[in-house]
Write a protein that binds this ligand. Structure first.
Ligand SMILES: [Mg+2]
Length: 432
């Protein structure tokens, strides 16, 4: 492994952090206290900048060479794909380049993108996104955009670690003090109570027995589904928030009836009331209810979200940072949403790197609602996230703010996850 001086990588990182602290301090107080610059530790500058200087003798930090040397993917239980991007300075970045159920396909996509990235500077995150996305010619889609998303997360992780700051600092600094997260409870009131006791204040459920709904549901189905939600409301009380995910599995014929039956219990949002491709249909549903409509987990890049916003099909956007194009692309989608007074509740049924990416985004946008999570990193991270009063604290570490525990990861490598195959009573295929 090549380094820019005789210092080991860890020493570099420490030197950089010390230098950056001093440098930021001197920039922040330059006008009021010019003497602060004198505090910059000269030996560290030498190690840090590799000897390059501008006309005034200051280190040309961004001219410090940093090159991608390897992209390493690993299947991680239960169904994830982790990516570790290596650099010649020893800094590594992590991402989750995965579409659920297509981990190996996404790994192949990353392998095909790797030759473009090897030897390039990982810090040019937006430029690489453009090159990978546009040079593919066939743009978007779940596989290519998920591969790109995970790569983009890893590049941000490297850049943040190099700079010694969390990614949200590179996106303009924190916009909040803590980040609300929500937990899945199924249709189990007892589970909601347990999770509430763990500290959660926001929850999500699916539609009870959704694969039984059929094209035109019986009155009993609609009543039972509404009663199941009512039981969650009863268990949680009126001061908690509970979203309900139709999962695009409820037919357009049934969606309006079910929403009407749910309205008295005021779900936080109705997620994917119908298949997300029918944006006009979703807009019609949105106009017919007072409940907020949410969508986005199966939409890719700003171009897909444009139509949702323009047609007023949803007021809560749920891009997945592992599918929609990564951190910056989701930041751009958040900006588009802000112009329509829409809020962001990023989708995340994946692992701790996905969650960490979402938290970096949440920390840096004004129109954040809540972050989905299914795993706080226990067994995967050296310091898993913790929930208090419904929120996790603002991450403080550099990059994505997490440290993967590769020792604990060792017994979770490899899986053969397959998505569900569901059929209606007559044997016909049904969405799940
Ligand atoms: Mg969903």
């Amino acid at each position: 492994m090549k380094t820019i001086s005789s210092l080991p990588p860890a020493a570099h990182a420490t030197s950089r952090r010390r230098f950056l602290k001093a440098a930021f301090a001197s920039v922040g107080f330059a006008a009021a206290a010019p003497l602060a610059r004198a505090a910059e530790p000269k030996p560290d500058l030498e190690a840090y900048a590799g000897g390059e200087r501008d006309k005034e003798g200051r280190p040309l930090r961004l001219k410090t060479k940093l090159r991608i040397t390897k992209l390493e993917t690993m299947l991680v239980k239960p169904r994830w794909l982790f990516l570790k991007v290596h650099t010649d300075e020893g800094i590594t970045g992590w991402g989750e380049p995965i579409t659920e159920g297509r981990a190996k396909t996404c790994a192949a996509a990353v392998d095909e993108i790797a030759p473009y990235l090897i030897g390039k500077d990982p810090r040019n995150v937006v430029h690489h996104w453009q090159a990978i996305y546009r040079h593919a010619f066939y743009r978007g889609g779940p596989i290519l955009t998920s591969a790109l998303s995970g790569i983009e997360q890893a590049l941000w992780d490297i850049k943040g670690k190099f700079m010694g700051v969390p990614v949200y600092e590179l996106l303009g600094g924190p916009t909040r003090d803590r980040i609300r997260v929500y937990a899945h409870v199924g249709n189990r009131p007892e589970r909601l109570k347990e999770r509430k006791a763990e500290g959660f204040t926001a929850f999500k459920t699916g539609v009870k027995d959704n694969i039984e709904s059929g094209v035109v549901a019986s009155k009993k189905f609609i009543d039972d589904a509404a009663d199941a939600f009512a039981a969650l409301r009863e268990a949680g009380g009126d001061d908690v928030d509970i979203g309900i995910d139709f999962h695009g599995a409820i037919s357009p014929q049934n969606a309006k009836l079910l929403i009407k039956a749910l309205e008295p219990y005021q779900p936080m949002f109705i997620e994917e009331p119908i298949q997300c491709q029918d944006v006009d249909g979703m807009a019609e549903i949105a106009r017919g209810t007072h409940l907020p409509i949410a969508t986005g987990e199966r939409l890719f890049t700003k171009w897909a979200f444009r139509e949702v916003l323009e047609k007023r099909a949803a007021t809560i956007l749920q891009p997945d940072l592992c599918h929609a194009g990564g951190i910056m692309e989701t930041r751009l989608i958040a900006g588009m949403a802000e112009a329509y007074y829409a809020a962001m509740a990023p989708h995340n049924p994946l692992g701790p790197i996905s969650l960490a990416s979402g938290l970096q985004l949440a920390a840096s946008i004004p129109n954040f609602l809540c972050q989905e999570q299914v795993n706080l990193g226990e067994g995967y991270l050296k310091n898993p996230f913790t929930v208090e009063d419904g929120h996790v604290a603002l991450p403080e570490g550099p990059g994505l703010g997490i440290e993967i525990d590769e020792h604990q990861l060792a017994d979770k490598i490899d899986h053969d996850w397959r998505n569900r195959e569901t059929y209606f009573k007559d044997g016909s295929v049904v969405d799940w």
